[in-house]
Design a protein around this ligand. Structure first.
Ligand code: AP5
Ligand code: MG
Length: 231
């Protein structure tokens, strides 16, 4: 059964950190819409350059652009065994479109993880965050800040949208437009909340157990449906 995981959560919740770890552990592609946009800006791609102003202000990029990017990525064969989606959907409209896409592409149900962290901790993390200016990887939460990136040897810097004023706008936009996405999924049997306010290893352990549990729920449903069909 494919593991189609989406990671929800406010800016700084640890979506990227945990998506990376879970995807590597299960050999699944990690699809991070924020990273795709930042990478596109670096490479001078027109669509990403057009989105840059919004990203710099802490606003959301328009739904049509984001849905197009994700549809193209999910159409590739490497997502057949599953994927980990980080940063999408961010509006209820994107959520509905993702459901339609899953149906259209013949993919199974979604496992929805909401990583929760109190706001003061989010602000603290984003003010402290350093990312590699070459490959975009986060510096480790503790200890690696003064050294170089272990993936590519690049140097660390603030992420452009981690400026205090922009962070406040990102949190406002999250509350207004993305929190309703949690409400959109909350009634599903495969929706789970994970406590992100623990050390990263503990979050990763809780996430692993939670996703395994949600996947079991899906197997239960599939077996139930088979049983019904066989009657
Ligand atoms: P995006 O890149 O997705 O940014 P975000 O949602 O604001 O989230 P972050 O990447 O800041 O946080 P994260 O949850 O990934 O946390 P991380 O693991 O890095 O989007 C950027 C912009 O792109 C958006 O504002 C928007 O303009 C646009 N965009 C993207 N997708 C879009 C969409 N679908 N629709 C419209 N627009 C879209 O961790 C944060 C820090 O905390 C790091 O320093 C990390 O090392 C540290 N940390 C992580 N876990 C822990 C822990 N457990 N304890 C202590 N520190 C931790
Ligand atoms: Mg991220």
């Amino acid at each position: 059964m494919a593991l189609n995981v989406i990671m929800l959560g406010p800016p700084g919740a640890g979506k990227g950190t945990q998506a990376e770890r879970f995807a590597a552990r299960h050999a699944l592609p990690k699809i991070s819409t924020g990273e795709m946009l930042r990478d596109g800006i670096k490479r001078g791609l027109p669509l990403a350059l057009k989105a840059k102003e919004k990203i710099d202000r802490g606003e959301l990029v328009d739904d049509r652009t984001m849905i197009g990017i994700v549809r193209e990525r999910l159409s590739r064969d490497d997502t057949n065994a599953g994927f980990v989606l980080d940063g999408f959907p961010r509006t209820v409209f994107q959520g509905r479109e993702l459901d339609a896409m899953m149906e259209e592409l013949g993919k199974g149900p979604l496992i929805v993880i909401d990583i929760t962290v109190p706001e003061e901790e989010l602000v603290r993390r984003l003010a402290a965050r350093r990312v590699c200016s070459t490959c975009g990887m986060n510096a480790e939460p503790i200890g690696e800040v003064a050294s170089v990136c272990r993936r590519c040897g690049g140097t660390f810097a603030h992420r452009a949208d981690d400026d205090d004023r922009v962070v406040r706008e990102r949190l406002r936009v999250y509350a207004e437009q993305t929190k309703p996405v949690v409400d959109y999924y909350v009634g599903r049997p495969t929706f789970r909340a994970v406590n992100g306010a623990q050390p990263p290893d503990r979050v990763a352990d809780e996430l692993e157990a939670t996703i395994v549990d949600a996947a079991r729920t899906l197997v239960g449903f599939a077996l139930g449906a088979q049983g019904q069909a066989g009657r």
